[in-house]
Design a protein around this ligand. Structure first.
Ligand code: 1GP
Length: 233
């Protein structure tokens, strides 16, 4: 599964309601993949339910793991966040260690893709949950990106602004310091214009909330990203 070429991804929250009609539009939108993940109330039941509904379409579907209890088989890939700016080692490597200790013999390492998260919105649920240190200046963020690429050799560095639109200048700067590691950007993309702006710098743009608040705008982000040139290729 060539996630390295993905430019646009929709993130669906298994704890949120979506109609069949809207789901079909999302899955047939031309997006590169559907990422299933959320911070709150993610259960095996709602993950399986959403997966079964998305599975009717041909779009690749990835589970972004938030709890070991909600891991279900059958996804194309599994993205595993490690929150680089968390103050609690549990979110950096603790839960991962626990899961590997339990299930290490069964794991298919080829389908597990680690993501180095840098959470930049102090008010988002993920920041509170993981006790993220979000008081970062640009140099701090660049250092996390370099840590991800050169030290931990992570395939993905994810600038997570979930719920608010981030700083395109900083995304541009971070991109300038990454070569092998892919830069994911997520947060506050609720129009074609914002999608286009972030897609100029980020390798992959993640669109979440607007799916639930304005489906028309959500669909427009796909084409907006497709019109931009992937600078990483
Ligand atoms: C959330 O990065 C994604 O994890 C997308 O953010 O929901 O703000 O679009 P939004």
């Amino acid at each position: 599964m060539e996630y390295q070429s993905w430019r646009h991804v929709f993130k669906l929250d298994p704890a949120k309601e979506i109609t069949d009609g809207h789901l079909e539009r999302i899955c047939k939108s031309g997006t590169d993949a559907i990422l299933i993940g959320g911070s709150d109330d993610v259960t095996l039941e709602n993950v399986l339910d959403l997966m079964a509904r998305v599975d009717r379409f041909t779009v690749p579907v990835v589970l972004e793991i938030s709890t070991v209890e909600s891991v279900a088989p059958g996804f194309d890939l599994y993205f595993i966040p490690t929150v680089l700016n968390s103050r609690d080692p549990k979110w950096i490597k603790g839960l991962h260690h626990e899961a590997i200790r339990e299930y290490g013999d069964l794991m298919d390492w080829e389908e597990l893709i680690p993501e180095g998260y840098c959470i930049l919105n102090p008010d988002c649920k993920a920041a509170r949950l993981t006790d993220a240190d979000t008081l970062l200046n640009d140099d701090d963020v660049v250092a996390y990106a370099r840590l991800a690429e050169h030290f931990f050799k992570l395939p993905i560095f994810y600038m997570e602004y979930s719920g608010i639109y981030g700083n395109p200048e900083l995304v541009k700067e971070v991109k300038g310091h990454l070569s092998g590691t892919r830069l994911f950007y997520g947060g506050g993309i609720d129009s074609a214009e914002k999608a286009r702006e972030m897609a100029k710098f980020a390798d992959t743009v993640v669109v979440g909330n607007v799916i639930y608040s304005d489906i028309e705008q959500a669909i427009r982000t796909v084409e907006a990203v497709a019109e931009t040139v992937d600078q990483s290729l």
